[in-house]
Ligand binder design. Sequence first.
Ligand code: SAH
Ligand code: MG
Length: 212
Amino acid sequence: MLSQDLQSYIDSLIQPRNGLFAEMEEYARLNGVPIMEPAGIETMLQLLRIQRPEAILEVGTAIGYSALRMALALPETKIITLERDEERFNLAVDYIKRAGMQGRIIQISGDALELEEEAAGHGPFDTIFIDAAKGQYKRFFELYSRYLKPGGMIITDNILFRGLVYNQEADSRRLRSLVKKIDEFNRWLAANQEYDTVILPIGDGIAVSKKR
Ligand code: SAH
Ligand code: MG
C-alpha cells in the first residue's frame, strides 16, 4: 500500500511482541491465516485506546490474534468475537485460555450472518471490527451496525485488498469479482450519511467510520 521503503521504516519502529503473540504471528505466517498486519493493528489499537470502548464486536476471530491484542491494550473492555471456521475457532479457544483472557473475550462459533440474536444479546457495542469474508462486508455492516451505540465506531479491515481495489489488476475472475465487491462497499460506505468515514492506507487498508 505504502512504498516498500516507507512500510519497512514504519514496521521497524513497531516494538516486537511478547512470547504468545510472537508464537501466534508465526503460526499465522506458516498456516496462511490472514491476521491483521503490524502497522494495521497498531493503528487500530491506538484508535481504541483513545475511544476506550466498553464492548467490542469482532466479526472474524481467526485464531484470536486481534481479539487478544485488543484485550491486552484495553484492560476494561469486553470483546465478543465471531468465527465460522471450527479449527480456527478451537485454536482461538486455546490461545485465549493461555493468555488468561477467557473472562473478557466471549467467543461465538458459527456464520456471523446467522448469529445476530446471540451476538446482539451481548450488545450494544461501542465498536464493531469487521474482518471476515471480504465479499460480504456490506451485509455484516448492515446487520450489526444496528447494535452500535450512537457515536460508536466501525472499523473495517482489508478495504484496499493488496492494492487491487485501486490498481484493478486482479488476474483471476474470482479475485476480480471480490475486488469489485470491496470497491462497491467502499463507495457505499463513503457515501453513507449516517457515518463519517475515513480510509486509511495502512496495513491492507482500513476504513474508520464513526456513527453520527
Ligand atoms: N481478525 C483476525 C483475522 C480474521 S481472518 C485477526 O486479525 O487476528 C478472517 C476470518 O473470518 C477467517 O478466520 C474466516 O474463517 C472468518 N470468516 C469469514 N466469513 C465469516 C462469516 N461469515 N462468519 C464468521 N466468520 C467468518
Ligand atoms: Mg484483515
